[in-house]
Design a protein around this ligand. Sequence first.
Ligand code: NDP
Ligand code: OXD
Length: 314
Amino acid sequence: MANILLAIQGWENPEGWLARFREFANNKHNVRLWPDVGAPEDIDYACVWKQPHGLLATLPNLKAIFSLGAGVDHLLRDPQLPDLPIARIVDPDLTIRMVGYVVMHALLHQRQMKIYEAQQRERAWREHYEPPPRAIKVGIMGMGVMGQASAKGLQAAGFSVAGWSRTAKKFEGVEMFDGEAGLKEFLARTNILVCLLPLTPATKGILNYVLFKQLAREPIAPVIINAGRGGEQIESDILRALDDGTLGGASLDVFESEPLAADSPFWNHPKVYVTPHNASASDPRALVANILAQIDNFERGGKIENLVDRKLGY
Ligand code: NDP
Ligand code: OXD
């Protein structure tokens, strides 16, 4: 029997997670939802999304921490984070949602849907030439779990796909680049830039005007799709690039500040798709079983999987 504390901020229904954890734990574990911590010394595991800073440091017998999402930047920001194993979610449910988002947005831009949406409002029956997907080079920044699966989805849709990662990697049919040294060449062959990077000191602000200028301009004006983190993009640079034609379009799921302010120019920008950080939403119906299996395995003496490297920040 383990005691599990959920600490969730910024999501709409923390109680839904509690209900699901309790249902799946089936009286085998005690599950509590912050701020109902109970006796801090009883808590064995914490499962968190944007936990209040300092909370985890008050739990003296904590054995491990689980992020309720794939990213851990929200968790690592806590200046009093205890030195314990931290695991993140890797789950087919989360991955396939991201693949759907990435492929859909690549197609929206390739098929020039902003033009057809405007035409539909005007009842205008007009066709525009579009280059085939194979002529369009998609480049994925971040070839981890999400990037690799998205690359397969994009290939299935017919796009030419390349990837960029921190360390050298090989994937069938994907032109790979790595590190600072590989970035320039990667950008120079990329029309649609997909960002699936974790937010770390190295990736903060990486999506900026200087980078946009390096993207390939044929056969379509460059497009960015950011489903990584808002901290990776300089929003004033995106607006400048869209307005002066450096970028032809953008799909933004994440923002420097979330929720996106009601007066943000992105909301009604004619070249921008905005979604509320739900490219791949964590669904308790799918993910709770995954975390409980990890806890059960660890309690039996097994290893926790999908551990985060705190030095690298992902
Ligand atoms: P992974 O840890 O599996 O992959 C991260 C990838 O980024 C790796 O390929 C890694 O390189 C690469 N990377 C990290 N730092 C750098 C760098 N400085 N330069 C170049 N490449 C770098 O993460 P996931 O694929 O599971 O998730 C990626 C991110 O997606 C999450 O951190 C989160 O921010 C975001 N996300 C967003 C969601 C949404 O709804 N918008 C939902 C889920 C995730 P290497 O392979 O060499 O280690
Ligand atoms: C995640 C997210 O990291 O939803 O899983 O952003």
